[in-house]
Design a protein around this ligand. Sequence first.
Ligand SMILES: [Zn+2]
Length: 148
Amino acid sequence: MNDSDLVRRAIQAATGAGADVPIGAVVFAPDGTVLAEACNAREALGDPTAHAEILALREAATKYGDGWRLDGCTLAVTLEPCTMCAGALVLARVSRLVFGAWEPKTGAVGSLWDVVRDRRLNHRPEVHGGVLEEECADLLERFFRTQR
Ligand SMILES: [Zn+2]
């Protein structure tokens, strides 16, 4: 699968968000199989940390490797991760991050901060942002339009 396919899969994951802002994340094993997928569930779980990325990383770590490391894995997300999620994917040792829309207000992968490529950290995943950017942004715009 190419990067567009990975983000397309994350868009699918986002559609389960219900009352939550539709953001989806999928963790792929090195061989391309899906280890975990999740959508943002802050409202559904009443949990401020229940971002799609966190939920997907947690589940993936239970299925892959010998503990918590996701070496060789790819995380695909529909939106540029925030500081918490960028920190979490560095801690999980995710090898690649592919994301869709840029998030100028809270983005921590180049927009406001660049947590994943900070040279002071010992792990820096490869990053490909802006993949299927319009489709991912549309998903959010449609959601917020119905909220008003
Ligand atoms: Zn986040």
